[in-house]
Design a protein around this ligand. Structure first.
Ligand code: GLC
Length: 480
């Protein structure tokens, strides 16, 4: 099948989170299965690789009476991945993906990404490569299913569309006044209730199939608590909506071959993991206490990730843990300024805590390899990738039972345990989960090691999920 992946992010070119990894690794896996996959991205100021080549076409997109924009397209390859960059000053003239500052999105993003969608379809319609499926990722590409099914069917008579939700909290809202400039018909716009006035809802309404990135999240988002106003819409589409767990690219995330960690190891050489712990302890200037379990976190510092609950208040659960439990912790991340400040304060107060505000791939790999446990207390988690990396690194995940976390980690109460799973995101719930982990490590090393080996043996490679996407594509392919 010819599959166009439309996304605002794809590794290695433009990445702010797991979306970028998912798009590239799913594409690679589909290519290995014999499909013809092309990724389409905006050409942000810093995303074009030096070897990208501009295609010799002059392109123009227009809609309505007065909207007309010129654009160009670049092409680059990274291994088997073929990527097309749509270039327009609204992208190439600014830094960052959603804005110069990751946590302050540009106010015209609904317009920028609508324009991207128009330009992408215009480019496709001018080539001989008309996809069988356009797979759209998140709100930034939500206009595409609408355009294909309502406005451009004659150009794409056999093209089906899939809308994948990676995070329902981001929807790309617009006002009725914006719709003309975005190329949305007034009748369509007027028919939308206020909670559906966003690009993600348009994608959900018009796509031939909707997916999200884990089976549990697919159920959760149909309930008001997790639905961010779109639960009723998702319920109305439940016959064409499924949850497919993300795979891991084990070429990048496997401690037996990882080139970013000081000491490689596997199930047969688990003792070598210890050298990574020593390196992590010394790199983060923690006191040299290998006799304490080390709990790692690598995360965006965002409300979604449960940081508020972890660090807020005068007796926050994190402080309580550091005071009472024999453990150390390392937290790596950037994000919400209030949380960064609070974490810096705690770092100054507790020698057993090390906080690194920032992100580096190397450090993320070292935290996975060098920690004994990996904490993810998310409020909600569509899939989550770090817990999957942790499993492979024998770093037992401590996770809240939600979304993809609930689907991939099995609690230590079970015979087939691979981690610690807890329900309540409260100070008590958090404290108890971490304290169970710390006690396990100190008091039952045999069980801890058995769980590590079981975790490392889990297979979350793309094989079965890519096959499931393939079945979705096949099921919706338009047969004329
Ligand atoms: C988003 C979600 C995360 C998911 C990722 C890739 O970042 O928050 O749970 O793993 O997308 O699908």
């Amino acid at each position: 099948m010819k599959i166009a992946m439309a996304s605002s992010e794809a590794a290695p070119y433009a990445k702010s989170g797991g979306l970028a990894d998912m798009v590239s690794s799913l594409s690679r896996s589909l290519i290995e299965r014999g499909h013809d996959v092309r990724i389409f991205l905006p050409a942000y100021r810093d995303s074009l690789p030096p070897d990208a080549q501009e295609l010799p076409v002059r392109l123009k997109v227009r809609w309505g009476d007065s909207f007309q924009e010129k654009f160009s397209v670049f092409r680059a390859a990274s291994g088997s991945l073929e990527c097309y960059f749509i270039s327009h000053p609204l992208f190439s003239g600014r830094g960052g993906i959603y804005g110069e500052h990751a946590y302050a999105p540009d106010p015209d993003n609904h317009y920028r990404f609508s324009l991207f969608s128009h330009m992408l379809l215009e480019f496709l319609s001018r080539t001989s490569w008309i996809p069988d499926v356009i797979h759209c990722h998140d709100w930034t590409t939500g206009l595409i299913p609408y355009l294909v099914s309502m406005k451009q069917r004659s150009l794409f008579p056999e093209t089906a569309s899939v809308m994948t939700i990676h995070n329902l909290a981001f929807q790309g809202g617009f006002s009725r006044l914006d719709t003309y400039g975005m190329g949305i018909d007034p009748e369509t716009a007027h028919g939308l209730p206020p909670e559906h006035q966003n690009l993600l809802a348009l994608g959900i309404i018009h796509a031939d199939w909707v997916t999200t990135v884990s089976p549990t999240y697919a159920l959760e988002v149909q309930r008001p608590e997790y639905g961010f106003g779109l639960d009723a819409l998702l319920r109305s589409r439940k016959e064409c909506f499924s949850g497919i767990i993300n795979g891991v690219d084990y070429r990048v995330w496997d401690p037996q071959t990882d080139s970013l960690i000081p000491q490689r190891y596997g199930p047969d050489s688990l003792e070598a993991k210890q050298l990574n712990k020593q390196e992590l302890i010394s790199r983060c200037s923690l006191s040299d206490r290998e006799d304490l379990p080390l709990i790692g976190m690598v995360s965006r510092l965002a409300e979604q990730k449960g940081f508020m609950e972890l660090v807020n208040g005068t007796h926050s659960p994190l402080e309580e843990m550091l005071k009472v439990l024999p453990m150390q912790a390392v937290i790596v991340g950037t994000g919400d300024a209030r949380m960064e400040k609070r974490l810096r304060e705690l770092d100054g107060q507790y020698p057993q805590l090390s906080v690194v505000i920032g992100f580096s791939d190397g450090l993320a790999h070292l935290v996975e390899a060098g920690s004994d446990f990996f904490l993810m207390p998310s409020r909600y988690e569509p899939c989550g990738l770090n817990q999957l990396y942790s499993l492979r690194y024998g770093t037992l995940p401590i996770v809240r039972r939600t979304g993809g976390l609930a689907d991939t980690v099995i609690d230590m109460d079970s015979e087939s345990a691979t981690g610690i799973v807890f329900d309540e995101l409260t100070p008590e719930g958090l404290f108890e989960a971490v304290s169970r982990a710390v006690h396990l490590w100190h008091e039952d090393r045999t069980m801890y090691t058995t769980m590590q080996l079981r975790a490392m043996a889990q297979d979350f490679s793309w094989n079965s999920s890519a096959e499931t996407y393939e079945a979705v594509y096949t099921g919706i392919r338009r047969n004329i």
